[in-house]
Design a binder for this molecule. Structure first.
Ligand SMILES: Cc1ncc(C[n+]2csc(CCOP(=O)(O)OP(=O)(O)O)c2C)c(N)n1
Ligand SMILES: [Mg+2]
Length: 336
């Protein structure tokens, strides 16, 4: 069992030379949107108004936002996981559509048959996850192959959990992508747990990016709570992939700061571990960095949070006015 030194100093954040202060404000805005979306969904779950799993991504904002911001949103595509709501915002998913999906209402892409982010929106180049861990990885690799066959310079980014990375399809997709030199960026979001299983019971390698050696592609492990570090790292491999150099495996180390989903009180997680990672909260760390650099004022920051929370509430109110699907909807698209 790993022990944690609570007094270990939090390292300074990486400063990207590729980002302007406008970019920094955009990253901040997306991270705040992700955090406030989670806060809103947690509240709705407590009120009995959100159904199914509410998978908070608190702790993962820097990875989701930094990684997707490193793509070209006019041509690249994402296959995000269940803790990547920040990616949906970066790729332009309208808040009203997200709320309709997450609150299982008619008029959503999932037509009210789902209460989480299993939708896809090809117009926005978002191909959401299905429930089965790693099942989308071969699909993501296939997308990259199809794009190359059509001479489109598209890079595909997909994410997988520390737990999901042990499923067979992960290996099949990585191997195929490496052999074919496909433009596929794979991020393993290592948030220390797969449901109640801690990472030391999930895998025996030193770090998950070491698996890249076996595939014959680059692999790197980085701090997943440092948004500009995530951005620079992903950007570098996106450029390489676009030049035909094949896939990359990036492990972003973070912490799942809530239970697996909101029904889970995560009492199996040592409190010291949460305290250790709380000091590394990606949003608070980035806010402190931006305040220190004078990119944002504390007043502006407060306003940004309040305005984002207000938009969430308004979108929720609009979504709650929409009906649930009629019962027949359950049988649509069921062929046998
Ligand atoms: C193939 C498969 N096995 C088991 C499950 C049940 N399941 C859903 S999420 C989850 C844990 C996932 O952990 P991880 O991949 O680390 O992602 P995290 O939730 O920590 O972000 C499990 C076991 C599933 N959906 N698919
Ligand atoms: Mg995990």
């Amino acid at each position: 069992m790993t022990t944690y030194n609570l007094d270990e100093p939090v390292p300074p954040l990486h400063v990207s030379e590729q980002l302007s202060d406008d970019d920094r404000l955009a990253l901040l805005g997306y991270m705040i949107a992700a955090r406030e979306f989670d806060n809103a969904m947690i509240r709705l779950y407590r009120q009995g108004r959100a159904f199914g799993g509410v998978y908070a991504q608190i702790g993962n904002e820097a990875t989701a936002v930094g990684a997707s911001y490193a793509l070209d949103r006019t041509r690249d595509v994402i296959f995000p996981m269940h803790r990547d709501i920040g990616m949906h915002f970066v790729f332009g998913a309208p808040l009203d559509q997200l709320m309709l999906n997450f609150l299982a209402r008619q008029g959503s892409q999932m037509r009210g048959t789902d209460g989480t982010g299993h939708y896809a929106d090809p117009t926005l180049r978002i191909y959401g996850n299905i429930s089965h861990l790693a099942a989308m990885m071969p699909v993501a690799a296939g997308y990259a192959l199809a794009a190359r066959m059509r001479n489109q310079e598209i890079v595909v980014l997909t994410t997988i959990g520390d737990g999901g990375s042990n499923v067979g399809e992960f290996h099949e997709a990585m191997n195929f992508a490496a052999v074919q030199k496909l433009p596929l960026i794979v991020i393993i979001e290592n948030n220390q747990y797969a449901y109640s299983t801690p990472r030391e019971l999930e895998y025996a390698c030193r770090q998950l990016s070491d698996r890249a050696i076996g595939y014959g592609c680059p692999g790197v492990t980085i701090d997943g709570t440092d948004v500009e570090l995530v951005f620079d790292t992903v950007r570098q491999y996106v450029e390489q992939a676009r030049q035909g150099n094949g896939p990359a495996l990036i492990e972003t180390v973070t912490m799942r700061m809530r239970g697996h989903a909101e029904h889970d009180d995560f009492r199996y997680v040592p409190r010291e571990l949460l305290a250790y990672w709380d000091k590394r909260d990606p949003l608070r760390r980035y806010e402190a960095f931006l305040l220190e650099r004078g990119v944002v004022t504390s007043d502006a920051l407060e306003q940004l949070h309040a305005e984002t929370a207000r938009q969430m509430t308004a979108a929720i109110d609009r979504a709650l006015e929409q009906p649930y699907p009629p019962p027949e909807e359950a049988f649509r698209n069921v062929f046998v």
